[in-house]
Write a protein that binds this ligand. Structure first.
Ligand SMILES: Cc1cc2nc3c(=O)[nH]c(=O)nc-3n(C[C@H](O)[C@H](O)[C@H](O)COP(=O)(O)O)c2cc1C
Length: 195
């Protein structure tokens, strides 16, 4: 296996971080690499909000957990469980050295067909993976978090982002404070039909 395959196969999700900040030059490099992802029609619909300041983490965390509480109450979850989930979520947002809110700009996609709208999501996901791999290249750990997808307006408004930016996910980045478990993967041969 060559080095690049090894590099790709050794990226793992990291969920515990050392408190050390991610230097601005490293963040710049990661995002400069992210925008080299492929995108449908080369429309590059990805947008990024980097969140580091305590006040903005707080705003984002409160917006996400407020919506989380509403959804969990509607599902009939008991209050103790809701409180526990909220506390854990706020702590994770507070402890992540860097948060990148990954958005799709609805003004930067074609909307004439549903397939085009979907391609916008696919394109943004390409940039998301590129961020995780670029972070891996910088010896950083990262984790894709889906919560903003459940609170798109709340996440966008909490950071006063443009109306057309639709949050898709957030990526936590930092220096790993855990050794992730070995990758659990089904072999490609089991997932393949050769015709
Ligand atoms: C679309 C998507 C949503 C995800 N959402 C979450 C999440 O909300 N929280 C989390 O801890 N990990 C999340 N993950 C990370 C996955 O759990 C992780 O990639 C998977 O378990 C495989 O582990 P690995 O990344 O270490 O290879 C998400 C990954 C993707 C691609």
């Amino acid at each position: 296996m060559n080095d690049f395959h090894h590099f790709l196969r050794t990226r793992r999700s990291v969920r515990r971080f050392k408190p050390d900040p991610v230097p601005a030059s490293v963040v710049d490099r990661i995002l400069a690499t992210a925008v080299h992802a492929p995108s449908a029609h080369n429309l590059q619909p990805w947008r990024f909000a980097t969140v580091q300041k305590k006040i903005n983490r707080k705003k984002l965390g409160e917006a996400l957990t407020k919506k989380m509480q509403t959804d969990m109450r509607a599902d009939g979850t008991d209050q103790a469980e809701i409180d526990k989930r909220v506390m854990i979520s706020l702590r994770r947002i507070d402890e992540a050295p860097l948060i990148i809110l990954l958005c799709r700009d609805m003004d930067a996609i074609r909307k004439e067909e549903p397939e085009e709208v979907e391609m916008g999501v696919q394109s943004v996901a390409m940039a998301g993976l590129q961020i995780l791999l670029a972070a891996h290249a910088e010896s950083l750990g990262g984790n894709w978090i889906c919560w903003p997808l459940y609170a798109q307006n709340e996440a966008r408004d909490s950071l006063k982002l443009p109306e057309t930016w639709q949050p898709q996910a957030m990526i936590f980045l930092g220096y790993a404070d855990e050794t992730p478990t070995k990758a659990l993967r089904q072999p490609a041969q089991k997932l393949l039909i050769v015709k």
